[in-house]
Design a protein around this ligand. Structure first.
Ligand SMILES: Nc1ncnc2c1ncn2[C@@H]1O[C@H](COP(=O)(O)OP(=O)(O)OP(=O)(O)O)[C@@H](O)[C@H]1O
Ligand SMILES: [Mg+2]
Length: 477
């Protein structure tokens, strides 16, 4: 009964150039109470995929115009394609297996078709499709809860990014990721890979800033034995290593101009030639690039070729600095504490409200990486229970009385390290404490120097620190 109900909802697209096969198959499928549409070749089938939204596709391979292989290739590029059952000539198992391996076909069926086998396969493919759909729904629910894969964020700007990641992830399009250091650019690249049909393939990252100009091309494209002095053997480049996967070009603005031109050519023809090599070979690599510069400014400054910029910038994901999305700090802290507990075999349960408040005031010039580092130290120091102020670096203790104006998003620009601000309502005592601790931070805990700056004796400074119970301040710097 349940199966019959499922069948009624099942939409099957039949693709075959022979009219008799189409009529026969669609008659059979309709007799099982499923709905069917037909197409005579690949191009028409692609249109039907868009208009009819089938749950399963049944396709022949030998067809005039766009054949079954090309059609399946295009279907795969759609990213969110329905499963396909391939029909092969009797005894042609090899072709069927190829379709499964290379084109992600769901299954193959030899002709003449055995109706009960086809019916069972259609049901299996449909339930497989349902599973994928519920996975997608789960992903969306997670998104609503403020995470996507290993990415966490509750702010509207991160939610927008999650939506963009889900749209761009399953495609083959290039993505340009920008954002300050530590905002999560590499994590975005990994998430794009995880969301793509390439996720079983490799993810490779190459940092253009870390490689000397002379090495970068050989790293990217590989080289033949003897291509240059020191090339003692043939070596595969990143494009080869990332075959059928994703390649992240980090710090793209640091890539030499000439290499950028060569990269553009590879992107245009999907072909690579090793240095010193004669033959070109096809590469199937999805490219993602990252930069901590504003891409348009990098173009204007001559760091990034304009043509390459347009080629890479099909999707642009800009990660805002953490100080512009303070709502994320709490969620990130929760997530990171869990992760760090696992890493260090600790059992920290939560973060004290006071610590969250200190985090909310901090400017996070090192973004999420800085938050992770602060928490890593705190998780190790606490070991279990609650992370308290005493587990934070001195800088946070010093900030306890140093508060940003209520409406502003940042205390002060990170370069204004010598600025101290107090909210109206701060008591003289709190202000004094803030000033003393901030000055100590400025002198890197050199108390003699701090006392000089503050115009008090070293003894007074010691007494004040004792009064604040700030022994830890000295200990943790
Ligand atoms: N939204 C996020 N959710 C969870 N973890 C995050 C998030 N963003 C960043 N991280 C973590 O912060 C750290 C820094 O992230 P990542 O290395 O991706 O930054 P980046 O922008 O590539 O930095 P850089 O420019 O210095 O290379 C990593 O440990 C990463 O897992
Ligand atoms: Mg990075």
């Amino acid at each position: 009964m349940i199966i019959e109900q499922v069948d009624k909802l099942l939409k099957v697209l039949i693709v075959d150039d022979e009219a008799s096969q189409r009529t026969g198959l669609s008659g059979m499928v309709k007799a099982w109470n499923m709905s069917a549409e037909t197409a005579a070749e690949g191009a028409e089938a692609l249109e039907k995929v868009a208009s009819f939204s089938p749950d399963v596709v049944v396709t022949d391979l030998n067809m005039p115009g766009m054949d079954g292989f090309q059609f399946l290739g295009k279907l795969r590029e759609l990213g969110d394609a329905p499963p396909a059952i391939v029909l092969t000539a009797y005894g042609n198992v090899e072709t069927g297996v190829r379709a499964i391996h290379e084109l992600n076909a769901f299954y193959f069926l030899e002709k003449p078709i055995q109706p009960n086998v086809l019916q069972a396969l259609l049901r299996l493919a449909a339930s497989h499709n349902n599973l994928r759909q519920s996975n997608r729904i789960l992903e969306r629910q997670l998104l609503y809860k403020g995470s996507l894969g290993e990415m966490v964020g509750a702010s509207p700007r991160m939610k927008e990014i999650f939506v963009l990641l889900q749209q761009a992830g399953p495609t083959n399009a290039c993505v340009l990721i920008s954002g300050e250091s530590g905002t999560g650019k590499e994590l975005v690249a990994r998430t794009l890979h995880a969301l793509s049909p390439r996720n079983q393939g490799p993810f490779f990252a190459i940092n253009c800033a870390a490689l000397p100009e002379t090495l970068i091309e050989s790293e990217l494209f590989g080289h033949e034995k003897g291509a240059f002095t020191g090339a003692s053997e043939r070596r595969a480049g990143c494009f080869e290593l990332a075959q059928h996967g994703t390649l992240l070009l980090d710090e793209i603005g640091e890539m030499p101009a000439l290499t950028q031109a060569k990269l553009l050519r590879v992107l245009e023809d999907s072909k690579v030639r090793r240095i010193g090599g004669k033959a070109e070979f096809e590469v199937d690599v999805r490219l993602v690039a990252a930069t901590n510069k504003v891409p348009e400014e990098a173009v204007r400054g001559g760091f990034l070729r304009e043509d390459l910029f347009y080629r890479l910038n099909v999707f642009h994901i800009h990660l805002p600095p953490l100080r512009e999305r303070r709502e994320d700090v709490e969620k990130l802290s929760e997530f990171l504490v869990g992760d760090l507990n696992r890493k260090h075999n600790c059992s920290v349960s939560d973060v004290a409200a006071e610590v969250q408040e200190a985090f909310a005031r901090h400017n996070w010039p090192g973004n999420v990486r800085e938050l992770r580092n602060v928490l890593e130290r705190a998780v190790i120091l606490a070991g279990e229970g609650t992370i308290a102020m005493k587990h934070l670096p001195a800088m946070f203790l010093n900030q306890a009385a140093v508060v940003a104006p209520a409406a502003a998003t940042a205390v002060a620009a990170p370069q204004e390290t010598d600025a101290v601000q107090f909210r109206i309502g701060t008591t003289v005592e709190e202000a004094e404490k803030g000033l003393i601790l901030r000055t100590l931070e400025h002198t890197k805990n050199n108390k003699t120097r701090a006392a000089e700056i503050l115009g008090i004796s070293l003894k007074t400074l010691h007494n004040k620190l004792k009064e604040y119970g700030a022994k830890e301040v000295g200990a943790v710097v």
